[in-house]
Design a binder for this molecule. Structure first.
Ligand code: IMP
Ligand code: MG
Length: 189
């Protein structure tokens, strides 16, 4: 490990989900999705930037014809304090009309992002819409969102790694870790 990598590691309080456990669960989810969408025109819609690593790994296990695309959204709230006000920063490149859309998301927390995104995608005359999230923090939910595929339910702690960031950092860690509270300045909202 180089010095800068060990600096990043020293900001981590605990490894919550190891690289091996992530990959094993993602394989199971991917194979289940492949079976469920067999014969259907599937498009995976990843939410930037957090879902990039999850998207890249899970699609290798969804061994049916598919395409994938990305959207980017932003909440007007500060990084660790979500608000219900959302906007689209990057829309889909592809037309998804009449197709089966599966959202690939890193984490569902309050549910604001996904309830906004599902309402937006449902207005596009798609064949079906489901949600696949790697992580779920059920205790934090403020709006009800139906999750169809969930990797792991986790406690209410601020996590980074495997795509998830704090201030755009730590996304490249291969595991899900809990960030030391002193790194982000106190307790989560
Ligand atoms: P929601 O709209 O509150 O459900 O928030 C979902 C978004 O908040 C995720 O896509 C993440 O970008 C971010 N988020 C929520 N919890 C965490 C966390 O523990 N670590 C990093 N990002 C998080
Ligand atoms: Mg996100």
């Amino acid at each position: 490990m180089n010095d800068r990598m060990s600096d990043m590691m020293s900001d981590i309080e605990e490894i919550l989900i190891s690289e091996e456990d992530l990959q094993e669960r993602i394989k199971t989810l991917g194979m289940q999705i492949a079976a469920d969408y067999e014969g259907k025109d599937l498009v995976l819609v990843g939410v930037l930037k957090g879902a990039v690593l999850f998207m890249a790994d899970i699609m290798r296990y969804i061994n049916i014809p598919l395409s994938f695309d990305f959207m980017a959204m932003s909440s007007y709230g500060k990084d660790t304090k979500p608000s219900g006000v959302m906007r689209i920063l990057k829309d889909l490149d592809e037309d998804v009309e009449s197709r089966h859309v599966l959202i690939i998301e890193d984490i569902i927390d309050t549910g604001f992002s996904l309830s906004y995104l599902t309402a937006n995608l449902r207005s596009r005359n798609i064949a079906s819409l489901k949600i696949c999230t790697l992580l779920d923090k059920p205790d934090r939910r403020k709006v009800n969102v139906k999750v169809d595929y969930n990797g792991f339910s986790i406690p209410n702690r601020f996590v980074v790694g495997y795509g998830l960031d704090f201030a755009q950092r730590y996304r490249n860690l291969p595991f899900i870790g809990v960030l030391k509270p002193e790194v982000y300045g106190g307790t989560e909202a």
